[in-house]
Design a protein around this ligand. Sequence first.
Ligand code: ANZ
Ligand code: ZN
Length: 816
Amino acid sequence: MGEKYDFERIEKKWQKYWEENKLFKTGSNPKRPKYYYLDMFPYPSGELHMGHIRNYVMGDVISRHKVMQGFNVLHPMGWDAFGLPAENAAIAQKIHPTKFVPLNIAKMKEQIKRLGISYDWEREINSSSPEYYKWTQWIFVQMHKRGLAYRKLMPINWCPHCKTGLANEEVVEGRCERCGAEVTKKDLKQWMLKITSYADRLLYDLDKLDWPEKVKVMQANWIGRSEGAEVIFKIASSKEEIPVFTTRPDTLFGATYMVLAPEHPLVPKITTKEDQIKIEEYIEKSRKESEVDRLSTVKEKTGVFTGRYALNPVNNQKIPIFIADYVLLGYGTGAIMAVPAHDGRDFEFAKKFNLKIIEVISSPQSKKDKTGELEEAYTEEGILVNSGKFNKLKSESAKEKITQWLIEKNLAKKRVNYKLRDWVFSRQRYWGEPIPIVHCQDCGEVPVKGEDLPIRLPKVEKYQPTGTGESPLAAIKEFVNCSCPRCGREAKRETDTMPQWAGSCWYFLRFVSPHLTSQAFDSKEVNHWLPVNQYVGGIEHAILHLLYARFFTKVLYDLGKISFDEPFAKLFNQGMITKDGAKMSKSKGNIVSPDEIIKKSGADTLRLFILFVGPPEQDAEWSEQGVEGAFRFLNRVWREVGELKGLKNKGFEGKKDKDLRRITQKTIKKVSEDIELRLHFNTAISSIMELVNALYQYKEKGSFAYIEAIESLILLLSPFAPHIAEELWQAIGKEKSIYQEMWPSWDKEAIKEEEITIVLQINGKLRDKILVPPDLAEKELKELVLQRSKIKAQIAKQRLVKFIFVPGRLVNLVVK
Ligand code: ANZ
Ligand code: ZN
């Protein structure tokens, strides 16, 4: 062992050793239990950022720890290489995606290897390789056969900059999630996946998952289940009627007008010729707006009166019908009954258009002015007023009773609504999985036969979006022209591709048998390894990726292909690494390059810093001093272990040894539990630091306790800083790689403190102290305390009314 901590030599040496000896090959010992740890696979941007590193290093600690605990661990990595992010990056750098992707994969893989992450690279997958996307296409075909994939003409979100359709999920505050351009609408025939038919299961099965509460709430809100009623309003002097969806049938007597979405099919039927121009202008204007804007509560309300009236089914009052953009066509029935007294948007609208506001839910919390008028809508529940025979009922029972009453009159039915929409699965882009469908004049949409998959993405020079609404594939005759899989006649191939999310919907299944050519996955293996025990990745995937992956899993479960219906048992979202308080990004110019840190201080230092920087779920600030601190600590370990050289085991000795043993065993317990139960790597590392401090103070080098402490130290350090641990392990004469050693267990007896100090108080004031065994029972302690002369003297003339015992800490005697 050299004098200096030569991290560069050590890290290269062990990375080579691990690779040559295939140490990270997934365990297959049938006697061992399984553990599937998974990182969210990245898209090949070409450069690892600190967020990736935090994610992968955490996962490496968990995986290495599990291997040492005796599990067969599946710890794979791959590349989410199809889709918009990769294509946009390729376009920006003017490199064809077919070149760009492998180039970047090679770069990132090199960086990951330099970090010493224990991935089983034999299982590497790439979602843009035909061997992989063959099966993505196969899953699509299965969905098509089940009626879960269908085509529909619809106004889709259209990004004028990326020149492609976007799913709702890709529109953030009216803007394209990728490029930030304002999103508009365009009518296109789109492939859709029927995720809505899984809405209830996606919602209720959240209960089965050990996931952060925040993520579960986000998914539940996204699914947005609401229970209510569909109520029919007749149009006065007309046969037409308007069904509305409401969650508040208890407010029906307060419905003073109605609103149709501007695009509602009834609109042209019920409007007069004179009004039509005005209305069409309004429709044109609102089509351009995003849903978020339309639903906004702060935006000034706009609308147009249709000139027509409806009849409120509960009291036959004539109420005006408006058209307004705050009602969306795609939700409920595309029409509402408006209750201005109890709905915020209706209130503003009614104020602006001078419509009646009738309070029907009374509550002490309603805000009213001096004249008794509502100052704002009261939107909570309460007691019914102005509601005929339903007065004095509570909202909850009134909902039920009013709905029942209308159901008997055939004017209502119960209804459940979801915010979740079917998933727009078409993209008019080049870099994605071709949708494996053929359009035949006679047979219609025909899925490609299994044996003809994959439908390969043709290599083209011009892959940039066309902007016509068609994908660049549409211009390639050899691709488009084909024969119908059913009748054999001339037919045309579908030219849309799948969205970026497609490949990541099932990649966790592929890792169990990544090279299988006959099937998407080996069912037996899949049922053995899954669900994933621990999944880790960024919170930005809380909704989309995680919801889609759950959906695909449920579909495959229903198809009988797998035996579980949730893919990820446990989820963890790591916090960001910030610099100067902001997320690291190229545009802000605050990126710290991992390569430089590794070059300067080594991968182990970087790993240790990133794990030590704070609780892993929280954001943490990059710090130069923090990196130096980690480096200094590793040097300290290096020097301390160096002392062991040539020392012989001198056997067990006195009190100091016992103390050191206790610290060692406590550290083992603390580190094990911090990793296992809490993923609190930062506190695990600080207890390792305390052990090193204790070793520096301990002078009896060579005792049994000392050797045990050193060995434990290296073992405990090994998941965090694996290279230096390997080197030290070898230096103290061990033959096996430390990765193949057993994780230490702790000695419960040794951990026990000899005696602990209990503070004695009388009426809250400190009076005495007592040394007792840590597990002394309360009854015995009380006897001991009351026998003490100091205490006896103090409470001589008083009566003990209470004996308060805080275990491990204090006793308080309350006397009078
Ligand atoms: C009358 C009412 C009275 C309502 C009241 C609310 C409060 P969630 O809970 O999100 O499902 N609504 C129905 N369809 C709509 C559409 N297409 N566009 C905009 N708003 C629509 O919301 C359900 C409520 O949203 C429904 O209940 C309806 O207004 C409105 F004091 O009906 B409510
Ligand atoms: Zn045909």
